[in-house]
Design a binder for this molecule. Structure first.
Ligand code: ATP
Ligand code: MG
Length: 411
């Protein structure tokens, strides 16, 4: 038997209902916030991710599915979607539209990672991107959108952590301070941290190895190295969040894994993992070939959000069964049942008929299993009368209804 590739999932049945519930809420909220949907290709030129995600990141160095196509081009399955959306912004000239450009996406990403709880080789993200805005109100809007979603879905135990990692002016100052602090202790850090020391020391703060974290206890903080403008920006954001009553903590350990962040970075963190991560990336659009443009966005892992929902006691009840099961007692009745189901479905009523030629008893058993709200059985006498007894499965009440009036009766 051929099995699904390691680190992938089939989503169906009950799970699919939960996915729909989450996706419907995403669409409601993004609509209220004025974000329109974008779908970019699942693969792009590898070069885009080298530039847009950064060639020193784990994602690009270790996790990307890269291949050569039959035309000899180097392509990669997208490990994230921000780079693709940024490419669209530049290539399709979206900066010519009224600014800011506010977009959202839902779709799969691919990363060659060691599969574990909440970590897969194909995962799905809901994400938003705002381009063309530099104000801290932009981060506040994007964060309030993420917060509203998590709240509306009743996801518990998730808290917003925010931080600022400064800009291209003040970050080098911090890098220097951090390198001085680490200094001759560098040998005690893990090999990944030692590599990061010269390429991007900030990301040492992000290391998940306990020993490295212990060595960093008294490390200097990015927040203490911010220049005046970066500090004002971060303070204004905190004021806006406070005014909106959005709970958050300032967490200097949040630095995010990607090279393109400037100033604000944030994560919504649950006990086992980060559900949503993002920030400001004013350098990104230039990085992929456009004019310098302000940008803010986040990516939220849908699998992780759903894992979190499932761990809770109350998973939202979703309606399941059809409105009516139309069974039949003979071939004539069966023909009529299929036609009637067709008419009801055109009126958007959920109707089922028997496709297996089962006995009446077996049909009723099936109707019970699929939780039909009403049932009926058609035979010659029903056809003659052009009406049938409709049974309410909850109360057991039976009502005689003509075929013409059935849709109105069920609505
Ligand atoms: P982590 O530190 O957990 O590896 P990340 O920083 O690599 O996360 P991002 O690239 O910021 O994650 O992706 C945004 C969100 O997408 C994450 O917060 C998470 O919810 C989800 N995500 C990322 N990688 C995976 C994965 N391999 N499997 C499932 N969800 C993922
Ligand atoms: Mg990762």
């Amino acid at each position: 038997m051929i099995q699904a590739p390691k680190g992938t999932h089939d989503i169906y049945g009950e799970d699919m209902r939960l996915w729909r519930y989450v996706e419907d809420e995403i669409r409601n909220i993004t609509d209220a916030y004025g974000y329109t949907e974008i779908r970019t290709p699942a693969f792009e030129h590898t070069e885009l991710f080298l530039r847009g995600v950064g060639d020193t990141t784990d994602i690009v160095q270790k996790e990307m599915y890269t291949f050569e196509d039959k035309g000899g081009r180097s392509l990669s399955l997208r490990p994230e979607q921000t780079a693709g959306v940024a490419r669209t912004y530049v290539e399709r000239g979206l900066h010519n539209q009224p600014q800011p450009t506010k977009l959202f996406y839902i779709g799969p990403n691919f990363r060659y990672e060691k599969p574990q709880h909440g970590r897969y080789r194909q995962h799905h993200q809901f994400g938003v991107e705002v381009f063309g805005a530099y104000s801290p109100a932009t981060e506040a809007e994007v964060l309030s959108l993420g917060y509203t979603l998590i709240n509306k879905l009743n996801v518990e135990n998730v808290l917003l952590h925010v931080n600022s990692i400064g800009c291209t002016d003040c970050r080098p100052v911090y890098h220097q301070r951090l390198k001085e602090y680490i200094g001759d202790r560098l040998e005690k850090f893990c090999s990944t941290c030692r590599e990061r020391f010269n390429k991007n020391p900030l990301r040492i703060l992000d290391c998940k190895v306990d020993n490295c974290q212990a060595l960093l206890t008294d490390a200097p903080m990015v927040l203490d190295a911010l220049d005046e403008e970066c500090r004002t920006h971060f303070e204004e954001l905190q004021l806006l969040l406070t005014n909106m009553n959005i709970p958050f903590i300032v967490d200097p350990k949040v630095v995010r894994g990607l090279d393109y962040y400037t100033r604000t970075v944030f994560e919504f963190i649950a006990p086992g993992f980060t559900v949503l991560g993002g920030g400001r990336y004013d350098g990104l659009i230039a990085q992929v070939g456009g004019q310098a443009t302000g940008g803010v966005g986040f990516g939220m892992g849908i699998e992780r959000l759903i894992l979190q929902l499932k761990e809770q006691a109350s998973i939202p009840a979703v309606e399941t069964g059809p409105t009516i099961f139309i069974g039949s007692a003979d071939p004539e009745g069966a023909r009529q049942s299929h036609q009637l189901a067709y008419i009801l479905r055109q009126a958007s009523i959920k109707a089922e008929s028997d496709l297996l030629g089962r006995s009446v008893k077996a049909q009723m058993k099936y109707a019970n299993k699929i939780q039909a709200s009403y049932t009926t059985i058609l035979g010659c006498s029903e056809l003659e009368e052009n009406a049938a007894m409709i049974k309410n499965m909850q109360t057991g009440d039976q009502t005689k209804v003509s075929f013409e009036e059935l849709a109105a009766f069920l609505k």
